[in-house]
Design a protein around this ligand. Structure first.
Ligand code: G6P
Length: 606
């Protein structure tokens, strides 16, 4: 949610900041801007829309500056416009600031500052913070930031420059990530490493309530109360190639294809064939032995993978499991007793609601374990342990590879519980065998992409679609509908196939495509009956079915076949045709697949 990047060094800051912004654009893209310090003056370039608009502005100027900050915005306060775009200057033009987060008490601060002569020209909460810093600024920028931050309520990841100090950028974090990249006679500061990985792989992550003062050659980290904080330098273990499109038209398509490898990465080194179980070093043995109840909490696509996890844990390990939206969990009074363990799932590891739920669970005395993709992310650091998905950076705003990796990890967790409790060695081996075959099966699905492209062409003009699934594939139906609405703006609903008759069936007519997950399982016959119900109302059924099921063709307008796999593993395969279908529909409709309107990759505000 909003991307920020700063540079101080010996090179041309403009190109480094623009490059960083482009890599961060997936975090928000309604407006963008850059502030550079040149000969003792701020040069600010902002524009509504994508980063390319700012790039156009900058291409007409020759600026000599090696210090600057930049921002790509996902609006919270104030509509997307040039004036509301960041960076914001203080009214007296001494301070420039970029901000990711929300300042809750900005109205009162704004009023106070106005009475002291600091007017605001935008509708944003962030401009108020620039004014507040300027109000406190005498000659110590770090101290001014510290004092201002003590006055505000809310969340922030900020970068600040002062007009009369061309040798320093101050960064601070509370709730929104800040990472410092350490280079040779140059430093980078950003909201996430993708903005800076081209330039350096040595980074430090700020924790909440920490401030960093960065100069060309060094950095100093302190707490909000000015105590020195020593930080470990970490090395990023992925490359720039991981965040380019690699010959694909869109990141989303690349990431869908990457699932052949990412699913494998999720289980690589984690299978114990001797014991027919999984090895998960990040979760203590005691958890597997003593847990009586599991709560999983997450948002968006991660929430749907959690729903699959609920089926897995209950069916394989007989552990009562509840899944809850993190945004609800945090404000409810969740009952967490001895024996309850909480899992949080987050691709980014930064989602504000998931982080708040994690903290709430810890406050209530629970141990919390994470399933995250981003190493070193806040959720990864604040949990008591967990498992990384190792899917590599996911840039497409619509999550794809993260989903299948999360389910793979959930399967390993469920297997670990089950094998210590009730599952036979033989059944454990059967699951492991199914897992290791997955990459091959995923490849097979991807090779048949053309069929999905044709189906997408056929249905791209629809204004509604229904996705049906049952049992462990019900969450897959939800995810299929989410993918479609996120990137193609077609209204879509995911429903448990049998529940359809209690409402959505009223919507079915000859214009309604209904995608039904009808792969082999012990309830396939029930799903077939649901298909009959749709057919009887002239709905146009597209089935996702298991190879070899020829009879289903008689019932459906179209069938997409997936390889045979154990029912409990099937969500990992079944979601892939739905991802591809959504992708091709969106392309067919001319939508901006990687940057769908109003969405952001990582939602670090409430
Ligand atoms: C945003 C993204 C979704 C994602 C959700 C949760 O809404 O657009 O794709 O599923 O956040 O993100 P997380 O990083 O916590 O998995």
């Amino acid at each position: 949610m909003c991307g920020i990047v700063g540079y101080i060094g010996h090179k041309n800051a403009t190109s480094i900041l623009l490059d960083g912004l482009k890599r961060l654009e997936y975090r928000g893209y309604d407006s963008a801007g850059v502030a550079l310090l040149e000969n003792g003056d701020f040069r600010v370039f902002k524009e509504k829309g994508k980063i390319v608009e700012v790039e156009k502005l900058l291409s007409k100027k020759k600026i000599h500056s090696s210090i600057g900050i930049a921002h790509t915005r996902w609006a919270t306060h104030g509509e997307p416009s040039k004036i509301n775009a960041h960076p914001h200057l203080s009214f007296d033009k001494r301070i420039a600031l970029v901000h990711n987060g929300i300042i809750e008490n900005y109205r009162i601060l704004k009023k106070n500052l106005q009475s002291k002569g600091f007017q605001s020209i935008s509708d944003t909460d962030s401009e108020v913070l620039a004014n507040l810093i300027s109000y406190y600024y005498q000659n110590d920028l770090e101290e001014a930031v510290r004092r201002a931050l003590k006055d505000i309520n809310g969340t922030y990841g900020i970068l600040v420059m002062a007009k009369d100090n061309p040798n320093m950028i101050i960064g601070a974090r509370h709730g929104s990530p800040i990472v410092v990249g350490i280079g040779e006679k140059e430093m980078f500061v950003a909201s996430d490493v993708s903005a800076i990985v081209t330039y350096t792989k040595s980074v430090i992550y700020l924790d909440d309530n920490e401030i960093v003062a960065v100069t060309q050659n060094e950095y100093r980290t302190t707490s909000l109360s000015a105590y020195t904080v020593e930080k470990d330098i970490q090395e990023i273990d992925w490359d720039i190639d991981d965040i380019t499109k690699g010959g694909f038209d869109h990141y989303m398509l690349k990431e869908i294809h990457e699932q052949v490898d990412t699913v494998q990465n999720a289980f690589r080194g984690r299978l114990n064939w001797d014991e027919a179980t999984a090895k998960l070093g990040g979760i203590p043995e005691e958890v597997f032995l003593t847990t009586e109840r599991v709560i999983i909490t997450a948002c968006g696509t991660s929430y749907y993978s959690a729903l699959v996890g609920e089926y897995l844990l209950e069916e394989l390990a007989e552990i009562p499991t509840e899944v809850e939206y993190a945004s609800e969990f945090r404000y409810r009074s969740p009952i967490i007793k001895k024996g309850t363990v909480v899992f949080v799932i987050s691709q980014s590891g930064e989602t504000a609601d998931t982080l708040a739920a994690l903290r709430e669970a810890k406050r209530k005395g629970s141990k919390v374990y994470g399933i995250t993709n981003v190493v070193g992310s806040t959720i990864a650091r604040e949990t008591d342990g967990g498992v990384y998905t190792h899917a590599g950076p996911e840039i497409g705003v619509a999550s794809t590879k993260a989903f299948t990796s999360q389910i793979t990890i959930l399967l390993l967790i469920a297997l670990s519980f089950a094998r210590r409790r009730r599952m036979s060695h033989q059944r454990g081996l059967e699951i492991l065998r199914n897992l290791v075959n997955l990459p091959h099966s995923i490849k097979q699905i991807l090779e048949n992409s053309n069929k999905l492209k044709q189906l997408a062409k056929k249905h791209a003009k629809s204004s509604n679609m229904l996705f049906l699934g049952r049992h462990i594939n019900y969450p897959v139906a939800l995810e299929g509908a989410l993918k479609l609405k996120e990137i193609s703006y077609i209204h879509a609903e995911g429903y448990p196939a049998a529940e359809m008759k209690h409402g959505p069936i009223a919507l079915i007519d000859e214009n309604m495509p209904v995608i039904v997950i009808a792969t082999d399982s012990n309830i396939l016959e029930k799903v077939i009956s649901n298909i009959q119900e749709v057919k009887a109302r002239k709905g146009r059924v597209i089935a996702i079915a298991t190879e070899g099921n020829h009879s289903i063709q008689e019932l459906c307008e179209d069938v997409f076949y997936v390889p045979k796999v154990l029912d409990i593993v099937s969500p990992i395969l079944n979601v892939i045709p739905l991802q591809l279908f959504a992708y091709y529909v969106a392309v067919e409709r001319g939508c901006e697949v990687d940057q769908p309107r109003n969405l952001a990759k990582s939602v670090t505000v409430e």
